[in-house]
Design a protein around this ligand. Structure first.
Ligand SMILES: Nc1ncnc2c1ncn2[C@@H]1O[C@H](COP(=O)(O)OP(=O)(O)OP(=O)(O)O)[C@@H](O)[C@H]1O
Length: 485
């Protein structure tokens, strides 16, 4: 009964510890990835990362709940039983003391060679996760080039490779268990045979012999359970190395620092700002600029001139190498850019599977229905919403259907406005839109720029006619500045 109680407590506590550690590690990993941000993660494979954060971290659960509790039991229980047997019978003590340590020793030897098999299994699992996501995301391209079958062949090949490596690990695990069972059965049999002979001679009492024989399997039980969970340790070890590598990615994002004053934003200044990626040379060279409230600034420039990089700096997604970016409030106080409430409308806004209201509330989960209607109206979308039978409760399908590309951009603008941003940033808001849709979006942006600082990256001229300031980037520096009224 005591054994059952101890076993039950160890299982429950081990499971609790496993859950606690894995869920807090998952949270920490997510928080770290948020700090690294999109720029730092641009070289990472999302499929691989998803596998690491799900199955990789889950592998640690079995390590903590099973392997660690069994390792602890293996250190305590056999020693207690040995102490008990030592008092009762010298021969049994000798047999158990010699054969017992063979099991962990044998496990360590097998484990050493099995680790490379486990590492291979993990490499193939991560590769499979990455390829699967790539194939799903690139389905349209594969289909257009008539390469769907090739994509499937590659996936099938990787699936087989993963199956083979998993089976190799399982083979080693089963073989090891069989050998260990053999060892422990043999030594229990040896204890029994010795007792049998001595009982016949009458040199040992039946009670003692019976008691030691009952204890002998209990001596091996923790050793065998430890060995059975040994592959949990190897699994966790293989998964942990790439998880630990995630934590070495440098955090590039500025952390939000709430501002001590609520005075409205007056302007944003950039002074001799230099920024770049990793060890590469500067992309932005000593850039200075002034963006004022109620003014729409349009930044143009050829491809590769650094427009997106400047936007990333304003969004706090990458650190400055030198220079500074500051914001000035209406009461004259200065504050860092990281303390501003920023609204961002990317070129391809993210939409989740849900209603229009759900997508708007991504920016502010507790926003009221009136607040939603208000921002929809500011973004010039009220008429469109009114034509939908279910209004804001209309479900959006994949890629925003039934909304058009222009309407999706305006929906993203409405969502950005829901946060009442002080700084509003747009990345190519009219790209790929026809003239009518582009004009609607441009109108909505011009309207939204009042009462805040607004910066737009644009190639097309339909926005420059609304701009109070137009800046042109060329090779990371201003080519010309001008004011367009
Ligand atoms: N994540 C990144 N890692 C390394 N270099 C990058 C990264 N993103 C951009 N660059 C480099 O920075 C330079 C400027 O790129 P950026 O995307 O800012 O230009 P852009 O003006 O926005 O171009 P486009 O109009 O084509 O979007 C380019 O040389 C590009 O190769």
């Amino acid at each position: 009964m005591l054994r059952a109680l101890c076993q039950g407590s160890a299982d429950t506590l081990g499971d609790y510890a496993g859950q606690t550690v894995t869920s807090s590690l998952r949270m920490e990993a997510m928080e770290h990835l948020f700090r690294v941000g999109p720029v730092g993660l641009s070289g990472q494979d999302s499929g691989r990362m998803a596998t690491l954060l799900s199955e990789g971290i889950e592998a640690l659960h079995s390590y903590i709940s099973r392997y660690m509790t069994r390792a602890a039991a293996m250190l305590v229980t056999p020693l207690l039983i040995l102490a008990m047997v030592a008092k009762l019978d010298g021969w049994s003590l000798l047999i158990l003391a010699i054969t017992g340590p063979l099991i962990p020793l044998f496990m360590a030897l097998v484990g050493y060679s099995a680790q490379s098999l486990m590492d291979r299994k993990w490499t193939e699992l991560l590769l499979l996760g990455a390829s699967f996501l790539d194939t799903l995301q690139g389905l349209t391209t594969l289909r257009l080039f008539g390469r769907t079958r090739d994509g499937l062949t590659i996936l099938a090949h990787q699936t087989h490779a993963h199956r083979r490596s998993t089976m190799a690990v399982m083979r080693v695990a089963f073989l090891t268990s069989a050998v260990l069972e053999f060892f422990s059965s043999l030594s229990i049999a040896l204890v029994a045979v010795l007792f049998g002979a001595r009982l016949l001679n009458g040199t040992v009492a039946f009670q003692e012999a019976f008691f030691v024989l009952l204890l002998a399997p209990e001596f091996f039980m923790p050793l065998r359970s430890f060995s059975a969970s040994y592959h949990d340790r190897q699994n966790a070890q293989s998964a942990f190395t790439p998880i630990a590598e995630l934590f070495t990615l440098p955090p590039l994002c500025q952390t939000d620092r709430p501002s001590s004053t609520s005075a409205p934003l007056q302007s944003v200044q950039l002074e001799k700002l230099c920024a770049g990626y990793g060890d590469e040379p500067d992309v932005l060279h000593s850039l200075s600029a002034h963006f004022n409230r109620d003014q729409l600034t349009v930044i143009t420039g050829p491809s590769g001139s650094g427009k997106t990089t400047l936007l990333r700096v304003l969004l706090g997604m990458m650190p400055l190498r030198s220079g500074q970016g500051n914001a000035q409030r209406a009461d004259g106080t200065e504050c860092p850019l990281a303390s501003l409430t920023i609204g961002w409308v990317p070129q391809s806004p993210f939409l989740l599977a849900g209603t229009i209201a759900d997508n708007l509330r991504l920016a502010s989960p507790h926003a009221t229905e009136d607040a939603l209607h208000d921002v929809v109206q500011q973004a010039g979308m009220s008429d469109i919403i009114a034509t939908l039978p279910e209004g804001l409760q209309t479900s959006l399908g994949e890629r925003g259907a039934p909304l058009s590309a222009g309407q999706i951009r305006r929906l993203a603008l409405a969502r950005a406005l829901l946060r009442a941003p002080q700084l509003l940033l747009f990345d190519e808001p009219t790209a790929d839109l026809d003239a009518t849709n582009a004009a609607h979006v441009a109108d909505a942006i011009a309207h939204a720029s009042s009462g805040r600082v607004c910066v737009v990256i644009a190639h097309r001229s339909d926005l420059t006619r609304y701009a109070q300031q137009t800046l042109t980037l060329s090779n990371g520096a201003w080519a010309q500045t001008g004011a367009v009224s």
